[in-house]
Design a protein around this ligand. Structure first.
Ligand code: IMP
Ligand code: MG
Length: 195
């Protein structure tokens, strides 16, 4: 285990088994359809790579990079598209693949933008869903794990851009957070290009 990790919440094996289950469900739900897996950079990259290989259907992969801006404990809802999709989606069933749903603000905005492009359908698949009050309601069809409102890293999730490559999901030792830095929960809403 990495020296900065306090507790492993989901091991590599646990994640692998859950991703296989999600892949099987998606395979049956989208049978016969034209599926586009839309990964959000950067956090969803390990998940979308594993999930795509657990889905036994012809599918396309594309990515969007979005950055959320805020200056307090909540993201502002102002979201900038840093990288957009390659083509139109009006003839596709779009499944957004996310690392984690926290406030729901970023994903809510992304879904608004995508709905205007009239996909055949639009759904969400996330590794983690935080049990907390949502700023914006999100309907998520496929959830890996529900977690309490704690800051986690690994399997794509970062703290200050690090730990994305850990093959498991865990919490950081408090000593890792600088004493004079804001709470880690608040890091992701800073204007820094975090995702
Ligand atoms: P939301 O708009 O508050 O839902 O922001 C969700 C984004 O914040 C995720 O895609 C992550 O990039 C980041 N985030 C939220 N919670 C965590 C966490 O516990 N660890 C790492 N990143 C997080
Ligand atoms: Mg992030």
């Amino acid at each position: 285990m990495h020296q900065d990790i306090e507790e492993v919440l989901f091991s590599t094996e646990t994640i692998r088994a859950r991703v296989a289950e999600l892949g099987a469900r998606i395979t049956s739900d989208y049978a016969g359809k034209t599926l586009l897996l839309l990964g959000t950079l950067k956090g969803a990259v390990p998940f979308i790579a594993d999930l795509a290989r657990a889905i036994e259907l012809p599918l396309e992969l594309d990515y969007m990079a979005i950055s959320s801006y805020g200056n307090s404990t909540q993201s502002s809802g102002v979201v900038r598209i840093l990288k957009d999709l390659e083509g139109p989606i009006d003839n596709k069933h779009v499944l957004i693949v996310e690392d984690i749903i926290d406030s729901g603000q970023t994903l809510h905005y992304l879904m608004e933008v995508l709905r205007q492009r009239r996909p055949l359908s639009l759904r969400v698949c996330t590794v983690l869903d935080k049990e907390r009050e949502r700023v914006k309601p999100i309907m998520c069809e496929y959830t890996g794990f529900t977690i309490p409102d704690r800051f986690v890293v690994g399997y794509g999730l970062d703290y200050a851009q690090h730990y994305r490559n850990l093959p498991y999901i865990g919490t950081l030792k408090p000593a890792v957070y600088q004493a004079d830095e804001p709470e880690p929960e608040h890091q992701h809403i800073s204007p820094a290009e975090h995702r």
